[in-house]
Design a protein around this ligand. Structure first.
Ligand SMILES: Cc1ncc(COP(=O)(O)O)c(C=O)c1O
Length: 428
């Protein structure tokens, strides 16, 4: 967005005009917007917990009704039979991840899925034992890597590589990730990064990083907690080995919602890999014969452990159907414009970066909807003004405010109002 082209951009009129022209604007009405002191909030933390679609209650109610009326028979005769409920989400999860239906599945929680995937795809040998990840990965991921290394009798000090941005920079250059992979090629077992980094908002170049990992003889996996529903993904075409995600952020499926996993089709019939199994991953034609000997389903379904938590799956389905209607490419288009607007207004407030610095990549291809704002001074004061002005954003120690306008329900007016509060805080 260039200043001379949009010289009236910094006005509520412009923001409202953009909302009027927005082909996705009507989706906002499909969500329950939270209130602060009785008035609608400016909600900017869809990267933490997405809003509740209005249809969620009905989806859950239908399952409660089927449970009340049919009890155990609901497994076969509920309007969405519980026995096969996990298959319903495959279509839209495929669209969101660029995975084929047999490569994607809703199950468990993100960290559980990460452990399951590490069991299958991190198989160290004395020579090839290293995991390469980004410095400052989300703590749950760090703990998963640390404990898998220890489980294999390895020392994280020598077997975990955490790549840092260059001195004075805030996010990683793809070339540096690739050269680190190349330098460690002989010893590398697994490259695993966030799809979109939770702290900086950087959208990693998944295809290039995966190719480099494969060229080095390593596996490539991604934690898509901040990527799914936020940026378009092509996991199959990018040849990613596995990925995991949660669905309480951009996927709006509710607190602690059912998570998901992707396993590339090339492993669909590879039953030789180590894995931790449960009965729901067993061949569905034989599952209820209750016989000895685990026979995995083909595809990612073979990694399922347990029968489906239907009430969670219902909330997930309600939300996915909204995504199905909006479409990830239209959402991305709006997201680029909405976050571009946010960036433009922020840079107008503090062009010389005296008060804050946006540490998310400037290149829109290398970020999702989130901008991470490193506060140079008065960070806490600015954040406390947010609350007073009904802005719900998120503070990350030591000094970063993250704001994530979600294109499904945030408006240009939200972004404008948020920036007014920042302006007020900066100018006292
Ligand atoms: C990037 C990332 N990974 C992992 C997790 C942990 O997920 P869960 O508690 O669903 O296992 C989160 C939670 O916010 C996250 O942001």
């Amino acid at each position: 967005m260039k200043a001379q082209k949009y010289n009236h951009v910094n006005s509520i009129g412009y923001a409202r005009g953009m909302d009027k022209k927005d082909p996705l604007a009507a989706f906002r009405k499909q969500f329950l917007l939270p209130k602060v002191k009785g008035k609608p909030a400016i909600y900017m933390i869809g990267n933490s917990l997405g809003l509740q679609p209005k249809t969620t209650r009905q989806f859950i109610k239908e399952e409660l009704d089927d449970w009340a009326n049919l009890a155990g028979e609901g497994h076969f005769h509920a309007r969405r039979p519980w026995l096969t409920y996990h298959k319903l989400s495959k279509k839209i999860l495929s669209q969101l991840t660029g995975g084929k239906p047999n490569e994607v599945l809703a199950m468990n929680q993100l960290t559980v899925n990460l452990h399951l995937m590490l069991v299958s795809f991190y198989n160290p040998t004395p020579k090839r034992h290293k995991i390469l990840t980004e410095d400052g990965a989300f703590p749950s991921d760090q703990y998963a890597f640390e404990t898998h290394l220890k489980f294999h009798g390895l020392d994280p000090e020598t077997s975990l590589i955490e790549i840092k941005p260059r001195e004075g920079e805030y996010f990683l250059r793809t070339e540096d990730i690739i050269s680190s992979i190349e330098r460690n090629a002989d010893e590398l077992a697994l490259v695993i990064l966030g799809g979109v980094q939770y702290y900086t908002g950087q959208f990693f170049e998944i295809g290039k990083i995966t190719s480099a990992a494969h060229a080095a003889g390593a596996m490539a996996g991604f934690d898509l907690a901040h990527a799914i529903g936020n940026v378009p993904l092509q996991l199959h075409d990018d040849d990613v080995d596995f990925a995991v995600w949660c669905s309480y952020k951009y996927l709006n499926s509710g607190p602690g919602a059912i998570a998901g996993a992707f396993v590339h089709e090339k492993y669909s019939k590879d039953f030789s890999r180590p894995r931790f199994a449960g009965w729901w991953g067993h061949d569905e034609d034989e599952r209820f014969r209750m016989i000895k000997g685990f026979k995995p389903m083909e595809g990612v379904d073979g990694w399922q452990l347990s029968n489906v938590p239907i009430l969670q799956a219902a909330a997930h389905q309600a939300s996915l159907e909204v995504f199905g209607k909006a479409g990830i490419s239209r959402l991305r288009k709006k997201s680029l414009s909405l976050t571009g607007f946010l960036e433009f207004l922020l840079l107008e407030i503090d062009p010389d970066e005296k008060h804050f610095k946006i540490i998310t990549p400037k290149d829109p291809n290398h970020r999702g909807c989130q901008l991470s704002i490193l506060m140079k001074n008065n960070g806490r004061k600015t954040f406390s003004l947010f609350i007073k002005n009904r802005v719900i954003a998120d503070w990350r120690e030591p000094n970063v405010i993250r704001v994530a306008p979600a294109p499904l329900y945030n408006s240009y007016e939200d972004v404008f109002r948020l920036c007014q509060v920042v302006k007020h805080a900066i100018n006292g």
